[in-house]
Ligand binder design. Structure first.
Ligand code: G6P
Length: 369
């Protein structure tokens, strides 16, 4: 096992550090920036179905569901196709309105999650076309779907999903970009720009992993907090949910993710000088609005850990801690903002002596309903 961990203390840390390679492996051979094309057989072969779809319904569980939420923003922005994101377990039990004009995208790292598999069968029985995004080759979901695209994350051993999440977002982004070109909802110059930007993400993640020591220092100061709030907006709202999930999964600290603007409808009541609030405030993501949320937290003495874009000045003046991420297109920022949140959960869990790779009561793949 020590050999498999490749010198890292835990699989989770190894998998966090594997993300630059995993993301690159996922778009390799599919993203051809010189020719300005995206090649994905599963999409190409079914292009008509995708283009004629009334809507896309994404079904998944856990972290994969969060990747689906990021994809919702990306598909709607790039390809202008309406998207709904569903928990597989809710979708399958509520007699959903779905037919042959719907395209379902099922996302699953393991390809074995029982609820997701059952939801796929239901969608198929109502005539929908089902496309799978799985990591494990030949898994049940990969076999049950009509077509699909694998993430090439490599084996993920840590129960808390890390590289599976960022590679799912990568594949879904490629699909959205391909459909955007086919539909003509994105200009060829923007398309080229996004392809080049996406190719820069692995090196930006690499650079970002250097924040590890800084994040560790922050972790040390909050490891005894009983609660934690995560806020984000737009593309980074799902990242706030994922950050909170990571923390509760492995450190057993109660954490909630919220859209930043919804704070005033509830969570603000919880803020006092013992409440750490992690806020994602990227420069292109409704920045002024998020800054005013940060001010509201500050005036209630909440402790602010802000994830900002390099060069930020306004948030730095107010926040207790800032973690800088390299600049990117806002649509791709979840691939960056999520990294320090993974590291923060990891370090807090290690300092609390928790079993990081195999947290209590959780399974890597949930094959029961
Ligand atoms: C379990 C795992 C999570 C995962 C979820 C969905 O809860 O612990 O890490 O996100 O299942 O799994 P899947 O394999 O379908 O992505």
């Amino acid at each position: 096992e020590q050999i498999e961990k490749g010198g890292y203390e835990h699989f989770m840390l190894k998998e966090i550090h594997e993300q630059p390679k995993a993301i690159r492996d996922t778009y390799r051979g599919r993203l051809l920036s010189d020719e300005a094309i995206i090649k994905m057989a599963g999409v190409e072969d079914n292009m008509k179905t995708f283009l004629n779809a009334n809507r896309i319904i994404i079904i998944a569980c856990g972290t994969s569901w969060h990747a689906g939420l990021v994809a919702e923003y990306i598909f709607e922005e790039f390809a202008r196709i309406p998207v709904e994101v569903e928990y597989a377990s809710e979708f399958r039990y509520r007699n959903p309105v779905i037919n042959e004009n719907d395209v379902v995208i099922a996302i699953s790292q393991s390809g074995e999650t029982a609820d997701t598999l059952a939801a796929i069968k239901l969608a198929k029985s109502r005539g929908a076309f089902v496309f799978g995004v799985c990591n494990v080759v030949g898994s049940s979901i990969a076999r049950e779907t009509h077509a699909g695209a694998y993430t090439h994350a490599g084996p993920e051993i840590g129960v808390a999903s890390t590289k599976a999440f960022t590679t799912q977002i990568t594949v879904l982004t490629l699909i959205a970009l391909r459909l955007a070109r086919a539909k003509g909802t994105m200009s060829s110059s923007d398309f080229r720009l996004y392809l080049r930007e996406l190719e820069l993400i692995p090196q930006k993640v690499e650079q970002l992993l250097n924040v590890d020591d800084h994040v560790k220092d922050i972790a040390r100061q909050y490891l005894l907090s009983p609660n934690c709030l995560y806020l984000g907006r737009g593309y980074n709202f799902p990242v706030a949910l994922e950050g909170a999930l990571k923390l509760k999964e492995i450190s057993y600290i109660h954490a909630e993710g919220y859209p930043a603007a919804e704070m005033k409808h509830g969570p603000i009541a919880l803020i006092d000088d013992r409440m750490p609030v992690i806020v994602i405030a990227t420069s292109k993501g409704h920045y002024e609005k998020v800054v005013s949320n940060i001010q509201e937290i500050k005036s209630r003495k909440g402790k602010i850990i802000a994830v900002v874009t390099q060069g930020d000045t306004a948030v730095k003046e107010i926040a207790d801690h800032v973690i800088e991420i390299p600049e990117s297109e806002e649509a791709f920022s979840p691939l960056l903002t999520t990294i320090p949140l993974q590291l923060l959960s990891y370090h807090i869990a290690v300092m609390r002596n928790c079993n990081v790779d195999q947290p209590r009561n959780l399974a890597k793949s949930v094959t029961v309903e």
